[in-house]
Design a protein around this ligand. Structure first.
Ligand code: HXC
Ligand code: NAP
Length: 292
């Protein structure tokens, strides 16, 4: 079986309306495409309306689905409220919020201005909070029977990571919000989950995290036990499952999709991977000799 094949049945998201923040590019665009193929109406939002309109018309003609472009800077709560109203006016309802929008770049932390740090916190943590709060209030007021919040985090939300400290700080907050609301809002029929992707090449991330020849110097595939980066369809398959009714009993979970990358960095003796096969006979003999 090809790991980049499409996983769910064709009508898996029929009748659902999904909002994807940051849906005009990268992983948000890939997930949007699959949601449309599975029958959902999708609203894609970000700051750049021209990019969103181009993406929406490209995906509509490729999938035959219904994709709406709505400008919204998630840092501003009032823009999020207007975006939600626009989606409701167009589609009549909303079932899923996918908090995917993010900002990030590598930098030694001491080089950051206060505004640089705030910029990332505001997009990732405040932006996810703004959308979640506005959508949650709407679902609770409307007494909607079921709804889903899906947050895209990272594996360094729990390990932390040097050189992307604002992003790590913000994603950790989003993860805490995921687990907290999974319990608090379950009584309203709102499920809250997260995905922590490993390396999935996108222009947005690679330009800011591996600029210039860093791409060649730090081949991220080599850090992954499975020796490859992720395929966008693999993420889209998981996201589609988590926003569908098939995952109706999954709540408060963060699913890691990274080929084992973060655990490779964590295990104390994982560095023994570097020992060639033929050395193990000798090492075993040395260890057993100690017993004698
Ligand atoms: C230091 C920097 C900087 C850099 C910007 N700043 N880039 N400081 N090093 N490389 C500072 C600026 O000088 C300014 O501070 C402040 O940050 C805000 O910058 P602006 O350009 O004014 O902000 P804005 O136009 O809002 O753009 C936000 C952005 C930009 C985050 C800086 O990169 C962006 O639009 N990103 C969106 C897409 C994105 O980042 N995608 C990648 C997601 S990848 P001063 O003090 O000068 O005003 C991801 C993956 C994680 O999250 C895991 C991968 C494996
Ligand atoms: P991307 O293409 O740069 O996506 C980020 C999106 O966020 C863009 O479409 C951007 O659109 C939008 N955005 C940024 N600031 C915004 C704001 N203030 N308001 C609204 N939208 C805003 O990068 P990506 O790699 O696909 O990242 C998508 C998600 O995956 C992010 O949450 C990222 O942290 C996560 N992730 C990615 C990887 C990876 O390997 N690629 C790994 C782990 C996690 P505009 O510029 O038009 O606003």
């Amino acid at each position: 079986m090809d790991f980049s094949a499409k996983m769910l049945r064709d009508d898996a998201l029929e009748g659902k309306t999904i909002v994807v923040t940051g849906g005009g590019s990268g992983l948000g665009k890939s997930m949007t495409k699959y949601f449309l193929e599975l029958g959902a109406n999708v609203a894609i939002t970000s700051r750049d309306i021209d990019k969103l309109k181009a993406t929406a018309s490209e995906l509509q003609s490729e999938t035959g689905g219904n994709c709406l472009a709505v400008a919204c800077d998630v840092r501003h709560y009032e823009q999020v409220e207007v975006m939600l109203k626009t989606v409701l006016d167009s589609f009549g309802r909303v079932d899923v919020l996918l908090n995917n929008a993010a900002g990030n770049f590598i930098s030694p932390t001491e080089r950051l201005s206060a505004n640089a740090f705030d910029t990332i916190i505001d997009i990732v943590l405040k932006g996810s909070k703004n959308c979640t709060l506005a959508f949650g209030k709407h679902w609770i007021d409307a007494k909607q029977q079921s709804a889903v919040v899906l947050n895209i985090v990272t594996t360094y939300a729990w390990t932390g990571s040097a050189y992307v400290v604002p992003s790590a700080t913000a994603k950790a907050g989003v993860l805490a919000m995921t687990r907290s609301l999974a319990v608090e809002w379950a009584k309203y029929g709102i499920r809250t989950n997260a995905i922590a992707p490993g390396p999935f090449p996108t222009k947005g991330a690679w330009d800011r995290l591996l600029p210039g020849d860093l791409k060649d110097k730090f081949d991220l595939a080599k850090k992954v036990p499975l020796k490859r980066v992720g395929d966008h369809q693999e993420l889209a398959n998981l996201a589609a499952y988590l926003v569908s009714d098939f995952s109706g009993y999954v709540n408060g979970e963060v699913i890691t999709l990274d080929g084992g990358e973060w655990l490779k960095g964590a295990g104390q003796f994982n560095l023994l991977e570097a020992i060639p096969e033929e050395m193990w006979d000798m090492l075993e003999a040395m260890i057993k000799a100690k017993k004698a």
